[in-house]
Design a protein around this ligand. Structure first.
Ligand code: PLP
Length: 377
């Protein structure tokens, strides 16, 4: 089986898993317990927070709050800070942000404004800035788009947003960027969401990075864990496994980036151009290649490929529950419904091999041509 849906989730790192398993079976105590074992666990959590944070941010200016997933981190950012005036986001966001904005709109507490995308999947920065005014309380711009891999220059965008209104709280969804895109947070970023399972961690662990001086209202209230910012007994096993898998991932971040850039080009250059058009642009994150099989249905192709041992996606795994047939992100880039209907998202991990890419080229070409013949016979 060739697994190329790593933007949906990755296989957990086995080394990190075994190490965390050994740790959690030994250190099974409650980290909030008053006896010595509780203190040991508190310091282990502190170590994990620091190890995960320092990979992308200066520890003197930022801090890390564990959450149960990227969605929780995104929701906490939106509902904690989009409280007055208007809130601005982009048409490219994952449903963890876009559905939270729809909820804000339903509640009628703040006006919501959505900035359009360019053809390459990045936000149109000038149009985004035109939506920011002196009543804007919150702006959220995703770092890497989960469907196309487009990269927004969030440091530069945050700087320009703050120049227009310094009181804005600037958030970025970094779920598809963390551990894949070499990057450091600028001081203008207030909040940044992360998820473990996109880089060899487990599902159900995430983090919200916050500027130290920003007061983060708790989203879950109870025992006061995470310095009162997120109550609930910490998922020690998941957190340690995230820490260990991030160590592995960041150690090779530049190497993986360069290798996957090569695989991404290799895959695209081998695909049959009489059928496939490329949606992801060259300067996007090399972990994601979105293409459209023109005139074919991506979903049918996905199932045929699965039968032949290749697993790919059609876009966001989380929007597979949505009622709409077409990806709203692909339409927001200006593509027509025919193009949106044929979308396949191929996403790599550090475990992807060149042989798998070569086999995928052959199988995708054969399968798409087979479906095309079937449709015309
Ligand atoms: N944001 C983006 C860009 C994502 O790709 C995802 C997951 O696909 C999420 C948020 C949600 O993360 P989680 O699955 O940890 O809730």
């Amino acid at each position: 089986m060739i697994y190329l849906d790593n933007a949906a989730t990755t296989k957990p790192s086995e080394t990190a898993f075994r190490k965390a398993e050994e740790f959690a079976l030994r250190q099974f105590y409650n980290p909030s317990a008053l006896y010595q074992a509780g203190h040991v666990l508190q310091s282990e959590l502190k170590k994990a927070r620091s190890a995960l944070l320092c990979k992308v941010a200066d520890e003197n200016s930022f801090e890390w709050v564990f959450t149960s997933c990227g969605t929780e981190a995104d929701n906490q950012a939106v509902f904690s800070f989009a409280k007055r005036g208007n809130a601005v986001t982009t048409a490219g966001e994952h449903s963890a942000i876009s559905a939270a904005f729809s909820e804000l709109k339903n509640r009628g507490t703040v006006e919501t404004r959505i900035a359009p995308l360019q053809k390459d999947g990045r936000v149109d920065v000038e149009k985004l800035l035109s939506l920011v005014d002196d009543k804007t309380s919150f702006v959220s711009v995703m770092h890497v788009n989960n469907e196309l891999g487009s990269i927004n220059d969030i440091n530069a965008i945050a700087k320009r947003v703050k120049a227009k209104n310094p009181r804005v709280i600037f958030h970025s969804d970094g779920v598809q960027a963390y551990g894949k895109l070499p990057f450091r947070l600028a001081k203008e970023i207030d909040l940044y969401s992360v998820s473990a399972h996109k880089i060899g961690g487990l599902k159900g662990v995430g983090g919200l990075i916050k500027r130290k001086s920003l007061v983060l209202p708790p989203y879950l209230i109870g025992g006061g864990q995470e310095s009162g910012r997120r109550s609930g007994t910490e998922n020690v096993f998941g957190i340690k496994q995230f820490e260990y898998s991030a160590e592995e991932k960041f150690e090779r971040i530049k190497e993986d980036y360069a290798r996957l850039k090569e695989y991404n080009s290799l895959l695209w250059s081998g695909l049959d151009k009489d059928i496939f058009v490329r949606l992801s642009t060259d300067d996007g994150l090399p972990y994601i290649l979105s293409v459209s099989a023109l005139g074919l249905r991506g979903e049918i192709l996905l199932h045929m490929l699965e039968d032949k041992g290749v697993i790919v996606g059609t876009g966001s795994a989380c929007s597979s529950n949505a009622k709409t047939r077409y990806s709203k992100v692909v339409l927001a880039c200006g593509y027509d419904e025919k193009t949106a209907d044929g979308v396949l998202r191929i996403s790599f991990s550090n475990a992807t091999t060149k042989e798998e890419v070569e086999d995928t080229i052959r199988i995708m070409n054969e399968t798409a041509n087979e479906l095309k013949r079937r449709m015309h016979s």
